[in-house]
Design a binder for this molecule. Structure first.
Ligand code: CAO
Length: 557
């Protein structure tokens, strides 16, 4: 088995190009013409093909190395196939291709160096030698009519499926006419642009004639451009199958790649806005801005900070602290009651999954409380006590009717508006929090609501609530008024979208425009799901509720 040095073939005018990607590794079995690595200049990127089939013995270059024509990049143990290589060794090709005699057709395409004296008239800029490539697409137009163009300034970017390159101007001047547009297919010698007032420098680039032999002798895989002196950077495009280990290379011109590399932007993560999702300079800039603004993270950043990586893949919180409490004093352990275990899991889910907001407000219940007390006095003998919560349920139904989204549930991208008004109310029981549901509150009077509530609350305390009596609520009220406190943030009982928390009312001085009046004020805390309800809606709901509680006759309106 012969060891063969694989060298960089003729790559045109490039003195040195950087190795930006290695596509094979020692031990790999490769075919003739298979891409070994990608090299890049500031104008073009190209893949370097293997001239032989065989097994990679040694890589002679690493990422970032500069290589040029003739550099040994790899040692290959040539296989049987090597006996009849698809491509002649590069050194042979070069010899065969070396004579810089122009083919007639190439000569036709050459824009000879323009003497400065003759530079005033229009100058045709043509597509230089682009090697074996035919019909490459214009994917970017980098100048516009009226632009002052310098010699060697890139005019357009063209791309095949194997490489991209920028086509430079062979002269300087003002761009009078652009002869190509996006999507055009171009070939060597095609007229690209007309410049006016050209003053081609003594070193004005001429287009490289493609040696006739090059095309004949070079294998399909070779980089067949053979530029002559003063040739602008052009790259022949290798006609070989790319072999990219992990997915496709991002679509971008060499200058964009260079720019991205300088900024440390991972091109594979940038979404291209150009034709065929090609990444433009603007895309790279936009991506950089987004990362800087914290709108997106690169995969590398996300890997370093998985907690904030998003994607909904869990909260990734710190582990719960494990403390040996006995180190600090005596302790007693008891199992969490069954209801607390169940309600705890529900509360946690609701707390974490719902974007809660709570609006606090006060309702003036001075008259309502007076009415409630007198009603209870009147009904003392019946034994039925009217509670403030019964009024709150009735007032809430009126507000739910006026603001129906509060009586809805989120189901995917839809809101389910309920036509029923079943009100859950939090009940404090020896076993923990339970939420019995008072059905069809809209169809019941205060007395009936008070009575049913009392029965449900008793059942809850006695642990006798049937599952059906805790289901089907469309809105919930949690009243701590009988206990105390001022405002709190209740947790929404999913899949409901709002919950009203009520705290202990107390007499407060309220300004009536002339003087402070003693008024009984009820603190209300309305927590709502911001996916469904907006702050303004919540404020209106609270205000309306306050109006009803302030004057219950409004329920009738
Ligand atoms: N402001 C001031 N006093 C109030 C009041 C309020 N907002 N609400 C009720 N009260 C008074 C009542 O007037 C009653 O006083 P009187 O005995 O002098 O008439 C006293 O507080 C007790 O009321 P109650 O508790 O018997 O009746 P209720 O309708 O207010 O409440 C129930 C019933 C089942 C909701 C209640 O017993 C209960 O369990 N509350 C706790 C709810 C809870 O735990 N919420 C938190 C959930 S989140 O963890």
């Amino acid at each position: 088995m012969a060891l063969v040095d694989i060298t960089i073939p003729d790559i045109g005018d490039f003195d040195e190009v950087s190795v930006i990607e290695l596509l094979v590794k020692p031990g790999d079995t490769i075919k003739a013409d298979q891409s070994l690595m990608t090299v890049e200049s500031d104008k073009a990127s190209m893949e370097i093909p293997s001239s032989h089939a065989g097994v990679v013995k040694e890589l002679k270059v690493k990422l970032g190395d500069k290589v040029k024509q003739g550099s040994v990049v790899l040692v290959l143990e040539a296989g049987a196939a090597a006996a009849a290589p698809a491509a002649a060794p590069v050194s042979e090709q070069k010899q065969a291709a070396a004579p810089a005699t122009s083919s007639p057709s190439a000569t036709k395409t050459v824009a000879d160096p323009v003497p400065a004296a003759a530079a005033a008239g229009p100058v045709e800029v043509r597509v230089p030698d682009i090697g074996d490539f035919k019909d490459v697409a214009v994917i970017e137009v980098l100048v516009k009519v009226g632009d002052a163009v310098k010699a060697e300034q890139s005019l357009v970017t063209v791309e095949s499926d194997k490489a991209s390159m920028e086509i430079p101007s062979s002269a300087s001047g003002v761009l009078k006419e652009l002869k190509v547009k996006l999507g055009d297919k171009i070939n060597v010698g095609d007229l690209l642009a007309i410049l006016e007032g050209s003053a081609a420098p003594a070193t004005a680039p001429a287009l490289a004639p493609a040696p006739a032999q090059a095309a004949a002798a070079a294998p399909a895989a070779s980089l067949a451009s053979t530029p002559v002196e003063r040739v602008p950077p052009t790259a022949a495009l290798p006609a070989h199958e790319p072999s990219v280990p992990s997915g496709q290379l991002p679509h971008a011109s060499p200058s964009v790649r260079k720019f991205a590399r300088e900024l440390g932007v991972p091109l594979g993560e940038v979404k291209g806005s150009g034709p065929k999702d090609r990444i433009t300079l603007d895309d790279v800039q936009g991506f950089t801005k987004s990362v800087m603004a914290g709108d997106v993270r690169t995969q590398a950043q996300a890997a370093k900070a998985p907690a904030a990586s998003g994607g909904g893949a869990g909260l990734d919180l710190l582990p719960w602290p494990k403390v040996d409490f006995t180190k600090f004093g005596a302790v007693e352990r008891k199992d969490l009651p069954r209801i607390k275990k169940i309600s705890g899991a529900n509360l946690l889910r609701n707390y974490v999954m719902i974007p809660h907001v709570t609006n606090h407000d006060d309702a003036d219940i001075t008259e309502l409380e007076a009415f409630r007390v007198s009603t209870n006095k009147e009904n003392e003998k019946s034994g039925l006590k009217v509670t403030m919560l019964a009024f709150l349920i009735k007032a809430s139904v009126a507000a739910l009717k006026k603001f129906p989204e509060f009586n809805s549930s989120l189901d995917g991208d839809q809101l389910v508006y309920k036509q029923y008004y079943n009100i859950g109310f939090a009940a404090d029981t020896p076993n923990g929090l339970m939420v019995p549901v008072l059905r069809d509150a809209d169809k019941k009077g205060i007395m009936q609501i008070s009575q049913e509530m009392g029965e449900l609350a008793k059942k809850a305390r006695d642990g006798k609530l049937a599952p059906a009596e805790m289901q089907g609520a469309s809105f919930t009220i949690s009243s701590l008024g009988g206990i105390g406190g001022r405002y709190f943030t209740p947790i929404i009982n999913a899949p409901e979208v709002a919950i009203l928390g009520v705290s202990k009312s107390q007499m407060e001085p309220v300004w009536d425009g002339k003087a402070f009046q003693p008024r009984l004020m009820l603190p209300m805390s309305l927590a709502w799901d911001h996916r469904v309800i907006d702050g303004a809606g919540a404020a209106r709901f609270n205000a309306y509720l306050g109006q009803i509680l302030g004057d219950f006759r409004r329920v009738l309106l």
